[in-house]
Design a protein around this ligand. Structure first.
Ligand code: PGA
Length: 250
């Protein structure tokens, strides 16, 4: 199964997010054999996006962050049960933007993974090294430590997703990776976690021009996309690439 999805990060009004979802719903129909699409809007649009996609949709919806507690005095936070109530099936955890700007750590990521699993949702754990760690050759060790810290003590993590998202490749300031640059980490993740989690994805400056080369890297079971999928046609182009690969793999 190839997982292809996007987080809208802090973009889109509710109307814009619903319009994107409507376009994806129309194009995906009953689903794409061998491909699992997903869309992670801002929390403000989550319920409406989930409603637009419909119950039992082949396109999964998620939330970009959730608290580890089920409820309580945590101003500004959203719990996993609240996210599930709004339609989320996936909980994104530990994105580098949250680690950098909102003090998320491996310890908080672990607590959030526990909460997502406890409520039957899919944790999507993000991991990745900075340019500095990458340059000194420490990427494999760094990433394996991040994932072990968040998933290691959880028991059955067969529902979980891991997204390798090198910090140096993400967003406007990121640079497109050469497939060779991600190969060692993907190989290590596959060896360590391939049989234990549902899929290991790659994310960071993915676009329709480099998607095939990135999906060719051994161990890549899908793509987690930002900018290139914020336009529905961009996500559909990536889903088409995945569809073609899934067909030729049969
Ligand atoms: P990008 O973002 O595709 O815009 O680089 C990726 C991510 O942060 O998941």
């Amino acid at each position: 199964m190839l997982w292809i999805g996007t987080s809208f990060k802090m973009t889109k009004t509710r109307a814009e997010a619903v319009a994107h979802a409507a376009r994806i719903r129309a194009a995906v129909g009953d689903g794409i054999p061998g491909v699992q699409p997903f869309v992670i809007p801002s929390a403000t649009a989550l319920a409406e996006v989930a409603a637009e996609l419909g119950p039992g949709s082949p396109v999964l919806t998620g939330i970009q962050n959730a608290h580890w507690a089920d409820e309580g005095a945590w101003t500004g936070e959203i719990s996993v049960p609240q996210a599930a109530d709004a339609g989320a099936r996936i909980v994104e955890i530990g994105h580098s933007e949250r680690r950098e700007h909102f003090a998320e750590t491996d310890a908080t990521a672990a607590r959030k993974v526990t909460a997502a699993l406890r409520h039957g949702l899919i944790p999507l754990l993000c991991c990745g090294e900075t340019e500095e760690v990458h340059t000194r050759g420490g990427a494999v060790e760094h990433v394996l430590a991040q994932v072990a810290a968040a998933l290691g003590g959880q028991g059955d993590v067969s529902r979980a997703l891991v997204a390798y998202e090198p910090v140096w490749a993400i967003g406007e300031k990121g640079r497109e990776p050469d497939p060779d640059e991600i190969a060692d980490v993907m190989r290590a993740l596959r060896e360590e976690w391939g049989g234990r989690v549902a899929a290991v994805l790659y994310g960071g400056s993915v676009n329709r021009g480099n998607a095939d080369a990135l999906l060719d890297v051994p161990g890549v079971d899908g793509l987690f996309v930002g900018r290139a999928a914020w336009d529905a046609e961009g996500l559909l182009a990536l889903l088409d690439r995945a569809r073609a690969r899934a067909v030729s793999a049969v």
